[in-house]
Design a protein around this ligand. Sequence first.
Ligand SMILES: Cc1cc2nc3c(=O)[nH]c(=O)nc-3n(C[C@H](O)[C@H](O)[C@H](O)COP(=O)(O)O)c2cc1C
Length: 163
Amino acid sequence: MKKLANNKMLCMQPIPKTLVSCRDKDGRNNALVVGFTANVSLEPPMIMVGIVPSRFSHHMVKESGCFVINLPGKGYEKEYAYLGSKSGQDEDKFAAMNIRWKDAEKVNAPILTDCPVSIECSVVESTMPGTHELFIGKVEAVHVDEEYLDEKGGILWNKINLM
Ligand SMILES: Cc1cc2nc3c(=O)[nH]c(=O)nc-3n(C[C@H](O)[C@H](O)[C@H](O)COP(=O)(O)O)c2cc1C
């Protein structure tokens, strides 16, 4: 028999583990943990990320109109915990944690090179139905560590040890 839970918040589980990296108009890099992510279109491929306006990263995505979703692998727990608890408002998070990165190829944002998968997105629209601004991004490029790609460029998801 089922009964009603008394808390409706975050009742959709499991929450994806992603790190969204972005850059502001002055070239400053940042990244944060984002659990509010979802595929929203197959053709063209689009993904949504939800970011609270008070996050330091929020103005960066607004300004640049793009972001990168990085999927962290096992072994990146320390960086994940840090990026999801400290704010770029107070410190240079990449420098503080020795986050390794490179420029994305299609959008103006950094890619976290120690994550096995990084997805470049350009914002096509945004909406704010509640606490989070939902940025819908068109997928511009998907970077995958080559050991997780088959000869046709297919992603071997079951081989990737995601967090
Ligand atoms: C498991 C987890 C999930 C989170 N999901 C989100 C999210 O979906 N959207 C969001 O704006 N913040 C989310 N956060 C909070 C931010 O990652 C956190 O406030 C971060 O320090 C903000 O960094 P910034 O101020 O440098 O942007 C989450 C944190 C954790 C630990």
